[in-house]
Structures are given as structure tokens and as C-alpha cells.
Design a protein around this ligand. Sequence first.
Ligand SMILES: [Zn+2]
Length: 345
Amino acid sequence: MMPPDPRTTTTTTSTTTSTTSTAATSMIDAASVALPSTPPSASVACAAGKVAEPSSSAPAKKIMSPEEIREYAGKLDKMVQEAVNFQQKILTDTDDIAELYLALERIKKAPDPDVSSKWTAFWRTWGKSAIVPLKQFVDAENNKQNEQNKRNEQKLENQQKMAKGLEWKKEQDAAKKKERERLAQKHKQEKAALAKAHRRHFSNPDVLKSINEKLKSVVNEKPNEKPTLCTAVVVVEGTEPTMAFGTSSVGNHSPFQAFYRDKDGIIRCTKAAEVHAKVLEPLRATLAGIQKVEDWEVYVCAEVDAAVQLLLRGKRLEQIKTYATDFDLNYKERCAHCTQWATEF
Ligand SMILES: [Zn+2]
């Protein structure tokens, strides 16, 4: 015999709920919480993941055993408890809550022949009015909680990333500081080597004589000029520095004036330097690449003179560090051309 269709039943079973129920209004997403995926009714259709209340018109796919109904009632009991813990506003009357608990309790304790009909009655009374909205409420609350947990996790992850980043930055800074200290130490050693080499060179009467001659020729030719003596040094690790002395002023470079600028503005090797063009090419190209900003040419400086001498002695341009002085050997500021290419000692 078929059970009575709930949609046509008008029996009032509770003062707190509606007297009718329809399958369409009481679908519960059972997959998302601890509700079973089996229908709440002993004779109800079960859509995938959905729980429908009793409907005689739907084909019965699975009949719940009394034991399953009791288990399901136990889960509903917990779900209602969860909703109450979440301060839900659906059942505010404590009498209603108590009555719902009692109804579930009765199902759980009902003897086998009664449990199905009690279950059907329970859904008619509480399904649409309480269980469905409570379920939706609990799901929403749990989703909120999950969202919050996710945000908290993300926040924690970001904090950890930030801490890692700071740690990395600290290591980088420490490494940079160490490198700066190493370079400063190296520079100090190089300067000491330079000073030593200076003293030895300038205590040599021949060197002083040649410098004086250079100076004389510069002054004789261009009395108003203040020539620069440039000490160009190649530092070779573990050995004495190789030194060369250059002077500023065109026509006084030794052993020859190396470069000139042609009418098209291109810097070229002079006739005297042509035979060394290949060796001098790195310096020529470097000078060709700098901006002419001073009143004089870019290739007339003492640094160029000294670099030419060292290139002719087989040194490489990148090995050459220069130190500019006047003829009294006092440190002299570089011109705006040489600062563009010369490596400072
Ligand atoms: Zn210069």
C-alpha cells in the first residue's frame, strides 16, 4: 500500500510549523555536511548528493532501514546542536528547540515498526520550517568559518614569506658589506703598493731628471699651461706594480702623440702610432666613446699618455689604474674627460 502523498495531506502535526510539505522545498544538500546521502525517508527518492523529503510520486531508489533512519536522526541532532551553537535565529523559542530534540530522540528510540512513520511525520513537521533553513544556516556559517580559516592561513603564509624575504635581505646585506670590506682592504693594499713604488721611482735621479725634462719642454712650449703628471699603474697580484708616467699636452706625449681627431670628428691613430694601431685600439675606441666636454681634446691628457705607454708594454687596458698628480706629485683632480674612462686608483 502506498503512503499518503504529503502534498495532499493537511494534517497538522505541530503548532510551530506549516502543515504541508513539498518535495521541491525540502531538498537538502547532504554532501556538504555530516548528513547522510541517503534519503531521510524510508520511501523517498534520492537524487545524487541530495536528500528529499517523502514524496510518494518519486520512484523509491533506496529504502532506509530503521537503523539508517535512527543514524540519520542522530546526525540531524548534531546539526541542530551546531546551529544552536552558531546562535542561529531560525529557532529562537527554546520550547521549539526542545521539541525538535525530543522528536529526534523519539525517532532514535522508536521500535522498528514505528520508525518509518515517525520519520515521515517528523519531516512533515520540521523539514521545511526548521531542518532545511537550519541546514542552510549551518552550511553558510561553516563556509564563513572556512573562508576565515583560509584568510588566516594566507595571512600566516604571507607573514612567513615576508620573514623569509627579510632573512634573505639580511644575508644579502651582510654579503654586500663583506664584499665592500674586502674591496676596501684590497684598495688599501694597492695604495700602499703604489706609494712604495712612487717613493722608489722618485728617489731615482734618472726618473726625476726625465720628469724635469718633460716639464721643461711642456712649460717652454706652452708657458701658461699647468701640466699634469699622471702615474698610471698596473697592479699585478703578488708582484710589484708596473708604473708608467704620462704628461698632459699635445705633442709632448712619449714616445709619440697617439691620437688625433679627423675633420669628420673621428678619433684616429696618428701616423707615428699607426704601426701600433691594433694594440692601441681598445683605448682609441674608449676615447671615441666619451663626451668631449672640456676645452681640450679627450686624448691630450696625461692619463692617455701613460695608458699608451702601458699598452705598448703589453698591458691590457682593463688592468690599468691611474693616479693623477701635478709635477710636485700632489694628487690632482681628474678632468671631465678622464673621469669618463680612467679607473681610479
Ligand atoms: Zn684628463
